[in-house]
Design a protein around this ligand. Structure first.
Ligand code: MN
Length: 285
């Protein structure tokens, strides 16, 4: 199942080049009032909602994908967990390029662990990326993104993928510089998730998937998730050893070599085999 959020917070089921509007199923979510529970209620209820989504899709109006504005498929993550330097060749390029490392020791992920991006950074592809600090290098990082489906506290790597609801393309946009990663990577729109979420049952072999990004048609990053330093299960084990992962939490699994700058006016096209492709426009904030 390919689930998207589009236009004015409509829920969509993506089939081929069309979106089926299944928004009425959202009424089945529990009514909520302040203080809202943490996490994303739609992702938390996804297993129960699935038959209703299928039923709604049978009577839904189909709209061309090209005619809708795709938002982040996850609306309310409690955390965006990120893996730094999780491909060997990206570690090598970061250590070799002063424009990336800024005179800081680039440590291996086994030593530095994970970091968090602000949830307020999250947008879908239709929003584009609004760059800040135009005097500094702003880089694209294409990554396989995991969406957590149920609470995961101190889970083992071998069991960890059972906690994943689905997968999407993630862009971990980054201002290069001397500050902490969490600051440089948390600007509004610096986390793009899309174009939709493919549920885990339809995304086999997540650790053998091609991912790529071009900028204005020029190839920049192209790699395979089989070259991850820490595998997806190990990332979930590591994250959940420190905090409980909640439904809707997003895990960006790291970027391969080929990171590079973007400028206002640039157009990024990111793709992951088995998910699809998304176009994201870059502008000045
Ligand atoms: Mn990254």
């Amino acid at each position: 199942m390919r689930l998207c959020r589009f236009d004015d917070n409509r829920l969509g089921l993506v089939r081929g080049e069309e979106v089926l509007d299944v928004t009425p199923v959202v009424a089945r979510l529990p009514a909520q009032r302040w203080p809202f529970p943490k996490g994303d209620p739609l992702i938390a209820a996804l297993d129960e909602l699935r038959p209703h989504i299928e039923a709604e899709a049978r009577r839904a109006v189909a709209r061309p994908l090209s005619k809708v504005k795709l938002l982040s498929p996850v609306a309310n993550p409690s955390k965006i967990v990120c893996a730094p330097v999780n491909y060997r060749k990206h570690l090598d390029e970061a250590r070799a390029d002063a424009g990336i490392h800024h005179q800081k020791q680039v440590e291996e992920i086994q030593r530095v662990g994970l970091f968090l991006k602000a949830t307020s950074a999250l947008v879908g592809p239709s929003a584009g990326v609004a760059l800040r600090y135009l005097d500094r290098r702003n880089d694209h990082e294409v990554e396989l993104a995991l969406v957590i489906g149920r609470p995961a506290d101190r889970v083992k790597a071998a069991d960890a993928l059972q906690y994943v609801a689905g997968y999407a393309i993630g862009l971990d946009m980054t201002i290069r510089g001397p500050e902490e990663r969490s600051l440089r990577k948390s600007g509004d729109s610096y986390c793009v998730l899309g174009p939709w979420m493919v549920t885990a049952d339809e995304f086999t072999e997540p650790e053998n998937r091609e991912l790529s990004i071009t900028v204005n048609g020029e190839p920049r990053q192209k790699a395979n998730t089989k070259d991850l330093v820490l595998g997806l299960g190990t990332l979930i084990e590591l994250a959940s050893s420190f905090y409980t992962l909640l439904p809707g939490d997003i895990l960006l699994s790291g970027t391969p070599e080929g990171v590079g700058p973007v400028r206002p006016g640039d157009v990024m096209d990111a793709a992951i085999d088995g998910i699809g492709a998304m176009r994201v426009e870059v502008r000045a904030a």
